[in-house]
Design a protein around this ligand. Structure first.
Ligand code: PHE
Length: 341
């Protein structure tokens, strides 16, 4: 029995030395120390021993069990350690390998121009507002002094969502004038950039969707001179000192008097070319003194307060700013075009 135990111990230790996986380790544990294992089998023979031999053999068997248990645990830890090392090795990241180079996009030229415009106005104390593109006709027209049937509604009375013609894609950013007047404390200085929609056909200077930047000031004693001074300052900041502008009389239902502002064509310097359709000038915005009816409808007393507003075409301004000849380039998003800015 003594030899049996010694042999079993030697075999077990040798087998443990070779074991590679946790499941093999379990098998060995069962094989040697399990209820039906080899050690139990040896112990079953204890009955055959004499009373003198039994204690010594029992002690030896316990020593073998302790040695094997310890060896099993040690092997278990060895396997765990090896598994951890293998995983660390497999998951190692070589931070010195150069990364894959991705093409990174960049800001669209129109948004570059918009950011410049925002900066200029914010520097003058204006707040930037955002407003709905799906607008109520009340805000797009009625509260802007153009009620149902007004001839100025014809050209833009277009994209409606319901048969009662109440909800529409806004045709201008001017409804933001009303929204600001209704919600903000006086005095007000805001700009409100955003998309607008019209039934225009696409050509070098038109698109059924384009962007406007609305601007508005309401305070005591505000005049047309403030409007012209502000716009000329903004245009010079945007296009450089000495940029030539001109103001022409015009009509909008919500301003009185009204005007349009042109800048001298950036392409031909005023001589006339395809970009300015031979005019030498490019129209960039409509503006005027806010009509007393509009102020009154939004709860502002026109005897105390006055104001001006403008709405500029952002694409046209960006075209001038970056000397872009065709509006369609702005919407096509051809990277060869966009990469140039
Ligand atoms: N909303 C006008 C347009 O789209 C522009 C404008 C804005 C005119 C503000 C006067 C005042 O043409």
């Amino acid at each position: 029995m003594r030899e049996q135990l010694a042999k079993m111990k030697a075999e077990a230790l040798e087998a443990l030395g070779r074991v590679q996986t946790p499941s093999d380790l379990d098998t060995l544990r069962v094989q040697y120390l399990g209820k039906k294992g080899e050690l139990t089998a040896v112990l079953k023979q204890m009955g055959k021993l004499s009373a003198e031999e039994r204690p010594a053999m029992g002690q030896l068997a316990n020593e073998v069990r302790a040695v094997l248990e310890e060896a099993l645990d040690r092997t278990g830890r060895r396997l765990e350690q090896a598994a951890l090392e293998a995983r660390l090795k497999a998951e190692a990241v070589d931070v010195t390998i150069p990364g894959a180079v991705h093409d990174i996009g960049h800001k669209h030229p129109m948004y570059i121009a918009l950011d410049e415009i925002k900066d200029i106005f914010v520097g003058m104390g204006f707040t930037v507002l955002d407003g709905p593109e799906i607008e109520l006709a009340t805000y797009n027209f009625d509260k802007l002094n153009a009620e149902e049937g007004h001839p100025s509604r014809d050209w833009s009375d277009t994209f409606y969502f319901d048969t009662e013609s109440r909800v529409m894609l806004r045709s201008q950013t001017s409804p933001m004038q009303v929204r600001a007047m209704e919600t903000m404390p006086l005095p007000i200085r805001i700009i409100a950039p955003g998309r607008v929609y019209r039934k225009d056909e696409v050509d070098a200077t038109h698109s059924p969707m384009f962007h406007q930047v609305e601007g508005m000031v309401i305070d005591k004693g505000v005049t047309m001179a403030d409007l012209k001074g502000t716009l000329n300052t903004v245009i010079e900041k945007l296009y450089g000192e000495g940029t030539v502008t001109r103001f022409r009389p015009h009509h909008f239902p919500f301003t009185e008097p009204s005007c349009e502002m042109d800048i001298q064509c950036h392409k031909c310097g005023g001589k006339g070319c395809p970009t300015c359709k031979g005019e030498g000038w490019i129209e960039v915005l409509g503006a005027g003194m806010i009509h007393p009816n509009v102020l009154r409808m939004s709860g502002i007393d026109p005897e105390v307060y006055s104001g001006w507003a403008f709405g500029m075409g952002l694409e046209r301004l960006a075209m001038g700013r970056f000397k872009i000849a065709d509006l369609r380039l702005i919407f096509e998003n051809d990277v060869r075009f966009l990469e140039q800015f």
